[in-house]
Design a protein around this ligand. Structure first.
Ligand SMILES: [Zn+2]
Length: 79
């Protein structure tokens, strides 16, 4: 991607040109990109936290169920 004003190479995708200081791309495009990535990142974090939390709870439930089953079988075996 290059600056639309001075054609300075904008490899890192800066919103503003490093050379002339103007917006390197169409404002609509960059605003959408910025909004999309910002919201996307935030919801990603929230979702991953919720997901890992419920995931951990489910794992704990599964472990306890296995644990209870194991000891029930052990007790039955002894009897
Ligand atoms: Zn420029």
């Amino acid at each position: 991607m290059k600056c639309k004003h001075c054609k300075y190479p904008n490899k890192e995708g800066w919103f503003y040109c490093r050379s002339c200081g103007k917006k390197a791309n169409e404002s609509k495009f960059t605003t959408n990109m910025y909004m999309g990535s910002d919201v996307g990142k935030r919801s990603d974090i929230e979702f991953s936290v919720v997901d890992s939390d419920t995931h951990m709870k489910n794992l704990e439930k599964q472990r306890q169920a296995k644990h209870n089953k194991y000891w029930k079988e052990k007790i039955n075996a002894i009897r």
